[in-house]
Design a protein around this ligand. Structure first.
Ligand code: F42
Length: 145
């Protein structure tokens, strides 16, 4: 079932531009950052109920995806982290394909395994973790069957 709500574009111009190019091209353009693949996550705002679209680096394993709340190594979690905790249903688009998914935080050994995959996919995450002064949260999203 698709998510209900009105789309509210990101206040960041570069993020807004990437989302627009990704979607308007049907997932054939705007799908990378620094040469590495990006997925698009649609989630529901915890307070507004509006649809938020967030590009994230692509970290895939056996049909599941890690969503890394790195926020560029900022000391604060991104707002979408709080939205996903409150409302774990998302739509994840990976280039030309998309799925309804449920995202849950992972901890302990499971987080470590996914963290290693995330750093292999996007090495800058390691630098972000060093400067973030918080443990960067990691969700795993899986298709709703
Ligand atoms: N960010 C990451 O954290 N990890 C990544 O791997 C990543 C990769 C990436 C690749 C390409 C790209 O273009 C961007 C990338 N980003 C990545 C940045 C990411 O897309 C987000 O911009 C970033 O993580 C910040 O997320 P944010 O949710 O904090 O976004 C801010 C700018 C934002 O949209 N703020 C809104 C606003 O209006 O200020 C908040 C909207 C919102 O969700 N409001 C809630 C609601 O109910 O609607 C309520 C908020 C509240 O008050 O509780």
């Amino acid at each position: 079932m698709p998510l209900d709500g009105v789309y509210e574009p990101s206040p960041s111009q570069w993020v807004r531009d990437q989302v627009e190019l990704y979607e308007s091209s049907g997932g054939t353009r705007g799908t990378t950052m620094r040469g590495l693949p990006v997925v698009l996550v649609t989630s529901v705002g915890a307070k507004s109920g509006k649809l938020r679209k967030t590009p994230l680096m692509r970290v895939e394993h056996e049909g599941a995806y890690a969503l890394v709340a790195s926020n560029g190594g900022s000391a604060k979690h991104p707002v979408w982290y709080h939205n996903l905790v409150a409302s774990p249903r998302i739509v994840l688009r990976d280039a030309t394909r998309q799925w309804d998914m449920r995202a849950g935080l992972v901890t302990g050994g499971e987080r470590r395994e996914w963290w290693d995959r995330a750093v292999r996919a996007f090495p800058d995450y390691a630098d972000y973790q060093l400067k973030a002064e918080r443990e960067i949260p990691l969700f795993v999203a899986e298709p709703i069957t």
